[in-house]
Each structure stands twice: as structure tokens, then as C-alpha cells.
Design a protein around this ligand. Structure first.
Ligand SMILES: [Ca+2]
Ligand SMILES: [Ca+2]
Ligand SMILES: [Ca+2]
Length: 141
């Protein structure tokens, strides 16, 4: 269930992005990103920033453009949602935890059978539980 950002959130993110895009070229470098986190009060190491760049610099330009920045924020928001559902914190959503997901998806009746169907529809590696990656695919179906 990838979280979609609202237009307002996007506008705010654009402001943040522009603020830290020091040379205003529409791209955040690792250094600009590092400063952005630091002034947002988020303690990240240079290594974490490097990892982030590796993950979200999808066009491999070596910098983060606004689309990549948005994708990053959507994933982070989705991760927060996932962690909310993952009550026992094991990194997976089991049948019990998916009851709450189903309720949020406005399932009319949440039965053992409908939970099983939900799991079957997104459980790509068939281990009977839903990983974060599988969770992301939820809205797409
Ligand atoms: Ca890029
Ligand atoms: Ca769990
Ligand atoms: Ca799975």
C-alpha cells in the first residue's frame, strides 16, 4: 500500500527541496542532502546518505532530482504505515496484523478467508507473510 502524497505535501516538499538545492540546479548532491537532513535535525551519517543516493538515484545521475526526492518521501511514508501495522515489529505482516490493513482498505467483511485471499494476492515469495516490498505492491492490485 504505497502512500500517495497529497498536492499540499508535494508543495511543501518542493519548498524543502528548493531550500537545500543550494546552487538551484534542480538536483540535490550528496552534500546538499546531508546538509538538508542535518538542518532538519535528523542525525544521518555520510554513509547513510550515500546509501540513500544509491537507492533513490534511479537514473544514476549521481544526484537526486525532485521526482527521486518525492519517491524517497513516498517510500518513507509507506514504511511508517507498514511499521504501524507491524504490531510485533518482526518486519512482516501476518494474518492478525493484516486484519487492520483489510479494515483500512474498507473490506466489507474481514474474515479468515478474505485475509487469506489478500495474502495470496500479494505474497510473492509464498512464505505466508507480507514483507515491506510485498506491502508496497498492495495498492497496485
Ligand atoms: Ca538522479
Ligand atoms: Ca509482524
Ligand atoms: Ca512474503
Amino acid at each position: 500500500m504505497a502512500v500517495k502524497l497529497t498536492e499540499d505535501q508535494k508543495k511543501n516538499l518542493k519548498k524543502t527541496f528548493d531550500k537545500y538545492d543550494a546552487d538551484k540546479n534542480g538536483q540535490l548532491t550528496a552534500v546538499e542532502l546531508y546538509d538538508a537532513f542535518k538542518s532538519a535535525g535528523l542525525p544521518v551519517s555520510k554513509l547513510q546518505v550515500a546509501n540513500m543516493m544509491g537507492k533513490y538515484d534511479t537514473d544514476k545521475s549521481g544526484t537526486i532530482d525532485f521526482d527521486e526526492f518525492l519517491a524517497y518521501n513516498e517510500i518513507e511514508a509507506s514504511k511508517e504505515k507498514f511499521d504501524e501495522y507491524d504490531k510485533n515489529g518482526d518486519g512482516y505482516l501476518g494474518p492478525d496484523e493484516l486484519v487492520n490493513v483489510a479494515k483500512n482498505l474498507n473490506y466489507k467483511s474481514v474474515t479468515a478467508a478474505s485475509i487469506k485471499a489478500l495474502i495470496d494476492s500479494i505474497d510473492e515469495n509464498k512464505d505466508g507473510k507480507i514483507s515491506f516490498t510485498e506491502f508496497l505492491s498492495l495498492s497496485a492490485k
